[in-house]
Design a protein around this ligand. Structure first.
Ligand code: IMP
Ligand code: MG
Length: 167
């Protein structure tokens, strides 16, 4: 395995996260209750902080942990650490990358079953447009990426930027 070309720099991602935070604020303006921002660990940890620190809305922070990849191979998402959402809450789930959308669907189902008033998704990367309400960068490729939270077998999450991983 080796690192390929840089796909996005940390600066680019942080700038986009700030833009998305402004859009998210607009969407929830006038909401009577705090917005529950759910971080999908571990991949979304860095991007989550980049987004929430720019939100002007009142928020609550929640964390769930999901495992959906084994090496470079996708598997059925499994909830490892869950969280309880207050009935009637508006929920914003923040993900690292939406690939098949299975993790996003699992989150949506879970929080709606807990009585959330709405569940929206924000993702750093999306392999298809329209799979989340806000996507920082849509990627039209099957390439595997690491860095900025994204891992290969738990490694390389701490790289300040996103790189292609070459098998
Ligand atoms: P989904 O459930 O198929 O949408 O998969 C989403 C999850 O797959 C993400 O949260 C990542 O953990 C993982 N994933 C998908 N593509 C990549 C990648 O290129 N690099 C690292 N993880 C990935
Ligand atoms: Mg992940």
């Amino acid at each position: 395995m080796k690192l390929g070309q840089q796909f996005l720099s940390g600066e680019q991602i942080r700038a986009r996260a700030k833009e998305l935070a402004a859009e998210i604020d607009k969407a929830y303006a006038g909401s009577a209750q705090p917005l529950v921002c759910v971080c999908v660990l571990r991949g979304a940890a860095i991007f989550y902080c980049d987004v929430i620190k720019h939100l002007k809305s009142e928020i609550r922070c929640e964390f769930v942990s999901v495992r959906s990849y084994d090496g470079m191979k996708a598997c059925e998402p499994v909830l490892i650490q869950d969280t309880a959402i207050q009935k009637g809450a508006h929920v914003l789930v923040i993900e690292d990358i939406v690939d098949t959308g299975a993790t996003a669907a699992l989150m949506k189902k879970r929080f709606l079953a807990q009585g959330a008033a709405s569940v929206k998704m924000c993702s750093m990367l999306g392999r298809k447009d329209g799979v989340a309400d806000w996507i920082a960068y849509v990627i039209d490729t099957d390439k595997f990426f690491v860095g900025y939270g994204l891992d290969y077998n738990q490694k390389m999450r701490n790289i300040d930027g996103i790189y292609e991983l070459i098998p």
